[in-house]
Design a protein around this ligand. Structure first.
Ligand SMILES: Cc1cc2nc3c(=O)[nH]c(=O)nc-3n(C[C@H](O)[C@H](O)[C@H](O)COP(=O)(O)O)c2cc1C
Length: 261
């Protein structure tokens, strides 16, 4: 007599087995590895995925003000400028108005006008030109700031971050709304440049002569300039995190002046 063999599989094991078979038959999608920027779901939606914090944190902590190490001899491709601007436009803006504007200056005559106005403002701000070898950090910054001021016209690309509107309303909310709608994107621009081997320096001294710069570049009276970024490939290999005050010293929890309990 033939004996019938029945294979008994418990319910939870059956569920597991069926799920596994479905996954195998529909194709196994491995989880994105660290460093992948996006994972695309079956419906085509781009999902966020873990980022490589080593890379991200390095970018955030080593995007320095570059002055002496701007390569004045190497041209910067216009496409790379367009690419970093696209990235910078992912920054927030008040009511998502996106009323930022980026004035890219590559014309040598126009760069000279901006650079001359910058130098004029810089020299009256900085006082007498330092002499001798700088020894302290303050002296090194001053020496590098003078270097940039002397060579601004030679930097391949100058980018002026602008915002439509004027800072006419003195209320803190209005001022924060105006400048807060251009400064985050300008910082993103610097980060995106750094990630591509280009350096920049956050500068504002040309703003002393904002209207003259506006006139030279055809910037309307209704537009505010917020920052001037000289852009070039940087020389040398890398940058280091800067010495800063510890976070605990400048962070208060719940009551001004109090640390976390
Ligand atoms: C609002 C602002 C204005 C600045 N203006 C100038 C400037 O006009 N010229 C300049 O050489 N650097 C300028 N800097 C750069 C600072 O000197 C620089 O960020 C600071 O020394 C710290 O150096 P780090 O950016 O390399 O950490 C400015 C920075 C900020 C945030």
């Amino acid at each position: 007599m033939e004996r019938k063999m029945t294979l008994y599989i418990p319910t939870n094991a059956r569920v597991w087995l069926i799920t596994t078979l479905i996954v195998i038959s529909f194709g196994f999608q491995p989880l994105p590895s660290y460093g992948d920027q996006h994972a695309t779901a079956e419906n085509g939606e781009v999902q966020s995925a873990p980022l490589d914090l080593t890379v991200v944190d390095k970018l955030l902590t080593t995007t320095r003000t570059v002055r002496r190490r701007l390569d004045l001899t190497r041209p910067v491709e216009p496409e790379i400028i367009e690419e970093v601007i696209e990235i910078a436009l992912q920054a927030p803006s008040g009511s998502n108005r996106q009323n930022w504007r980026f004035m890219v200056v590559t014309d040598p005559d126009k760069k000279k006008i901006v650079a001359d106005l910058y130098r004029q403002s810089f020299e009256s701000y900085a006082g007498p030109r330092p002499t001798g070898t700088p020894t302290t950090s303050g002296q090194r910054i001053a020496a590098s700031a003078w270097h940039l001021s002397d060579h601004m016209h030679e930097v391949p690309v100058l980018i002026i971050g602008c915002i439509e509107g004027r800072p006419d309303n003195p209320s803190p909310a209005a001022q924060a709304g105006l400048y807060g709608s251009i400064l985050p994107s300008a910082w993103s621009l610097m980060l995106a440049l750094r990630a591509r081997g280009l350096g920049s320096a956050w500068t504002t001294l040309h703003l002393v002569e904002e209207r003259k710069v506006a006139e030279a570049l055809g910037i309307p009276d209704s537009v505010t300039q917020a920052v001037l970024l000289p852009v070039a490939y940087y020389t040398g290999e890398d940058f280091k995190p800067a010495r800063r005050r510890p976070g605990k010293e400048v962070t208060y929890w719940n009551t001004w002046g109090e640390g976390r309990k």
